[in-house]
Every structure is written in C-alpha cells, then in structure tokens.
Design a protein around this ligand. Structure first.
Ligand SMILES: Nc1nc2c(c(=O)[nH]1)N[C@H]1C(S)=C(S)[C@@H](COP(=O)(O)O)O[C@H]1N2
Ligand SMILES: [Mo]
Length: 541
C-alpha cells in the first residue's frame, strides 16, 4: 500500500502538509463554495415545495412576491403585468425562484469566509466553527424572512386560521433555512480538498474524495430534478382562469351569470384550497364578544339571498369583467349582532382572507350597504375560485373590495391597508356604467331593431338609461327591466327603426339612483376605474 508521506507531492497535488498558498486557497474556496451553495439552495427549494404541498405554507419566493406587490405603485404594477403578460404570475415567481438559487449560491462565499478552513483540511466532519456558522446563517435568514415578510406570513393554502398560519409559515421558513444551513455545512466540508488521514492509501483517499464530491453533485442533481417536479406540480394548479370574462350569448347578457361563466380575478398564482376541518371564521377586534365559527356553525346563522353584481375596477368601458349571482349568507349586521355588536371605538371593518389578501372599509358604510358574508352562490356551495368557503360582498364597491376565502372579520379604530389600496388604486364607490350588448355589425334598413344592454351603479341603483344613435347629440329614454335586487345590474332596451342607410354610432348613458348622470369623461381603468360612454358603430343597409 502506498502511503502519502507528509510533504509528498503526489499526482493529486494535495498530499502535502503545507497549507495552500493564499491565492490557491482562495481560488479553491471560491470554486468549491458555490457548489455547496447550489446543493443547499436546491435542497431548500425542495423542502419549500414539499412543505407547500403537505402544510400549505408559502415559499419565500411567494412571500417575496407578495411583499413586493404591496410596495410598488399601480403604474409599476401595471408595467410588470404588461412586461410578463401573458405569464404575469409565473415568470416573476420563476425569477424569484432563480433569485433564491442565486442568493443561496452566492451566500456560500460569505460562509466560506466565515468558517476560514485552512486548505487542505482534514476529515469529513464539519468543525464546531462550521456548524456554528451554518446555524448563524439559518437563524439570520429565518429572522430576516419573518421580519421582512411579517405581513405575508398569515397565508395558508389549506386555510388555517391566521395565528396558526403565521406560526406555520415561520416554522416553514425555519425548516427551509435549516436544510439550507445543514446541506451547506456538510457539502462544503465534503467538497474541500483534504489530507489523507494517517494509514489511508493515497488512491483510497482520492477515491473517497471523489466519491464525496460526486455525492454532493448527486444531491444537487437529485434536488434539481425534485425541484423541477415540484414546480411542475405547482403549475398544474395554476389559476389560469384569472381574468376570465363573462361574455354575452348572441349579444344578450343573462340576468344571472352561471357560476361557470362568472368573471374571475385573483391575485394568486394558485388559489387557496381551504380544508373545511381546519378553516374557521373569526370575529375579532373591537366587538363586544369575539367568537369563532366552523363552516357548519356558520351555516346555522340566519341567512338571506340577494342578487349582487360584481365588477372589477379593471373593467374597461364596454368590457366584460362584470357578472351577477344570487349570493346566500349572513349579513355583517346580523353577524355582529350575534357578538353583542361593535364597541364604541370601532370605526372600520377589516377583512382577512386565507390567501393573505385583506382590505378594510368604514364600518358605517359596510353596515349601510348591508354587506353579506356568503357561502352559497346561485344555490350551490361557493366554487373554489369564487372564494370557498366564505366571501364578502360589499354592494357599491369594486370587486377588489369583495374578499374571497374570508377567514377573519376584525373591527378596528383605523384604516388597514390592503394590497390594492397600498398600490394606490381607487377605493371609493364604483362609477356608474352602462354597456350596449346589441345590436352589432349590420342592421336592416327600415326594420325595427332593439338596442339593449346593461347598466350598473352598485347599490345606488339605476334610475334611467338613455340611448343615442347619433354619437351623443340626441338621446332617447330606454325602458328598464326591474332589477333583481337593489345591488344588481339593470337591463335596458330601446326600439329603433333606422330609416336611412349609413353608419351610426350608438351611445348609452345611465343615471344612478341618486339622479347623477354617468360621467362622459373618458378615463382609463388605472388607477381610478374606467369612465366614459360605451359606443358601438353599426351599419344600416
Ligand atoms: N382573497 C381574495 N379576494 C379577492 C381577490 C383576491 O385575489 N383574493 N381579488 C379581488 C378582485 S380584484 C376582484 S375583481 C374580485 C373578483 O371576484 P370573482 O373572481 O369572484 O369574480 O375578488 C376580489 N377578492
Ligand atoms: Mo378586481
């Protein structure tokens, strides 16, 4: 057996008792550390993925994304949306994931600097200093995550109550970064060049060294494959229906939108899937008797059914991010009455959802609007994408102020910022709108034709709709169908018999229940919600 004598330079070039010259040591460290960093990052990402699927905890990439979204203004938000469209959620998340690999890999240099191992080193067991450095990494990374993402921690895919969700997400961060620290520590040690231990043949030592390095590489490849698989599985649940619109059939809009055709908007890449045994509704804050409900208990509360139309603030003039359903649930007024009512200092009602979404509104206003906490939509359990098991409906407000997947109602003495209000989106009463659904294209000369569509002003209701066939110069009063409820859209129609061939510009305008005429001022959807009149050009022949 060939033994490495101290001071012997063998073909591996490692068998010397001399430490590497500074430069060489630096070079070797700089090359090996990122290998360990990459292995550690990949294993941490696999941990995140597994935790998402088994515990419903968001990954740091998602937390980071949510954090960023709350710290940009609407214009930056829109620019990002446009830049990454049509993959406005997956590309940024993918980039955040790559960023995590990058940071995790680069941090290995810091680690290598901290542990200051003299090269070559001895043995495959990390020293105390290495373990402590890894521990410090784990602790600092976890604390940074918890502090930075404090307002995002409360989300949980399986709908855990907020306190539990915060705890679980924090623990998940600890687990992710512990795996990172441990793998970094072990892999770095495994990769470092070493003296052969006494009594071990150089060849055997070389093999062992090679094996250790191959082991790190194998862990990386395995974790990489695992991460890829998890990302694939994640994308399987991707909320591709985000932005789905409700289109008329044969130019006629149905008074009640079937659930499958209701428009959908969600902030999430993957919508939550609350587990009904874990989910709770909490009534907290400045309420006389705070309380908690299971899904079953909730449904024993006295409920009402009401048609409420929802419109997204991103609905452009004449567009189709607007729908109507019959919602069944308990009114906020009734719910609060069950809790002894609001305390005298309560000014706002804040709503929190299991996906981390939240918003607040003046308590007076939500009570006056007779806000509804609904668990049924058009006679069935709330569909997942519309907020199962419970959502809020605030008549008179844009969709963004109608939280889905509700888990907590909290009465407060102050306004609580939410995602869209912090970006600077308008959050006042929705603007009066009207839309022409028919006719389209060609219209027969001398024949009667119905001009018709919808009009909506939230809970202000619609008093009058007028139609113009000459681009807004003269107006005719349309006939209104009685609305399904004070909070629903209204259908209007007017009979026209065009007597001259040519091109006509049809225009509609509505007057709300307060007697205020819809504004003609053209304004885009961002950030105030679109205004202006819908116009349709038809050709009479
Ligand atoms: N929890 C939660 N609630 C939410 C959202 C969300 O992303 N998360 N999106 C809001 C927006 S912007 C709109 S327009 C409406 C859409 O409701 P719908 O998808 O049921 O039509 O939900 C609102 N409520
Ligand atoms: Mo929206």
């Amino acid at each position: 057996m060939q033994k490495a004598e101290p001071g012997t330079l063998t073909k591996e070039g490692l068998q010397t008792t001399e430490n590497y010259p500074r430069r060489q040591a630096l070079l070797v460290t700089a090359l090996l550390a990122p290998g360990a960093g990459l292995a550690a990052s990949l294993m941490a990402v696999v941990t995140m993925g597994i935790l998402f699927f088994v515990a419903g905890t968001p990954s740091p990439a998602e937390l980071f994304g949510d954090y960023v979204l709350k710290h940009i203004d609407v214009y930056t938000f829109l620019r990002l949306l446009l830049t990454f469209s049509p993959n406005a959620k997956t590309i940024p998340l993918g980039l955040a994931l790559l960023g995590m690999f990058g940071v995790g890999t680069l941090l290995s240099w810091l680690y290598a600097t901290l542990v200051r191992v003299k090269l070559p080193t001895r043995g495959y067991r990390p020293t105390l200093r290495e373990w402590l450095s890894a521990l410090a990494f784990t602790v600092v990374m976890t604390l940074t995550g918890v502090v930075l993402f404090w307002n995002e921690l409360r989300q949980n895919h399986f709908g855990l109550p907020i306190e539990w969700a915060v705890l679980l997400t924090a623990l998940a961060l600890l687990a992710d970064f512990s795996i990172y620290g441990v793998v970094l520590c072990l892999a770095y040690r495994a990769l470092l060049p070493k003296y052969p231990p006494p009594g071990v043949a150089v060849a055997a030592h070389g093999r062992r060294q090679l094996l250790a390095r191959a082991g790190v590489a194998a862990v990386s490849v395995g974790a990489g494959a695992g991460a890829l698989g998890l990302v694939r599985a994640y994308l399987n649940d991707y909320a591709a229906y985000d932005g789905m619109k409700t289109y008329p059939h044969d130019n006629v809009t149905a008074p009640i939108t079937p659930n499958s055709e209701h428009y959908v908007v969600t902030q999430n890449a993957i919508d939550p899937a609350p587990n009904i045994d874990l989910w709770r509704l909490e009534v907290t804050g400045l309420v006389n008797q705070p309380g908690t409900y299971t899904y079953e208990e909730l449904q024993k509360l006295p409920s009402i059914s009401r048609a409420v139309s929802l419109e997204c603030i991103a609905n452009g003039v004449g567009d189709h991010l607007i729908s109507t359903a019959i919602w069944q649930g308990v009114t906020l007024r009734t719910l609060l009455a069950h809790h002894g009512g609001a305390q005298g200092t309560a000014r706002y009602a804040a709503f929190y959802s299991v996906d981390g979404y939240n918003m607040s509104l003046p308590l007076d206003e939500v009570l006056a609007a007779d806000a509804l906490l609904a668990w049924r939509m058009n006679g069935v359990e709330l569909p997942a994408r519309h907020g199962y098991p419970l959502r809020v409906l605030i008549p008179g407000r844009y969709g963004e102020e109608n939280p889905k997947w509700l888990t907590r109602v909290e009465l407060t003495d102050h306004f609580v910022q939410g995602l869209y209000s912090s970006q600077g989106w308008y959050n006042g009463p929705l603007h009066t709108m009207s839309r022409i659904d028919h006719p389209r294209g060609k219209v027969a000369l001398g024949q009667p034709v119905e001009i018709g569509g919808i009009a909506f002003a939230g809970n202000r209701g619609i008093q009058k709709v007028e139609v113009s066939v000459d681009g807004g110069t003269t107006w005719q009063q349309a006939t209104l169908n009685p609305p399904l409820s004070p909070d629903s859209w209204v259908f209007w129609k007017w009979q026209w018999r065009p007597l001259m061939a040519g091109s006509y510009t049809l225009v509609a305008r509505a007057t709300d229940g307060h007697g205020e005429v819809q504004t003609s001022r053209n304004q885009g959807t961002v950030p105030g919600g679109a205004t202006g009149y819908h116009q349709v050009t038809v050709v009479v022949a």
